[in-house]
Design a protein around this ligand. Structure first.
Ligand SMILES: [Zn+2]
Length: 92
């Protein structure tokens, strides 16, 4: 019920994006991109690997990024472990 601040407000899959910008992605079950750009008016994308909600937190509002031809993301690709270099588990 805290509507005063906007820095920590979180949104989840299916919600309408209130503001074009970069959102931080939170999802427990799968490794998803850390950040995603979504456009105002579209729905927050879901996880490609499951139907569970993904949480989004606005990090950079970027209305200037809006382009009519911008690709709308409907789901977030699951990142395979190690595909982009594991950050949490260093393999030596
Ligand atoms: Zn998932």
């Amino acid at each position: 019920m805290q509507k005063a601040g906007n820095a920590t407000e979180r949104y989840e899959t299916g919600f309408v994006v209130p503001e074009t910008g970069i959102y931080r992605v939170e999802h427990q079950k799968h490794q998803l991109p850390d950040e995603v750009m979504v456009l105002k008016g579209q729905a927050f994308p879901r996880c490609a690997g499951c139907n569970d909600s993904v949480l989004f937190q606005l990090t950079h509002a970027a209305p200037n990024l809006y382009q009519p031809s911008a690709r709308i993301i409907y789901e977030l690709p699951v990142i395979e472990a190690g595909a982009f270099g594991a950050r949490t588990s260093a393999t030596s």
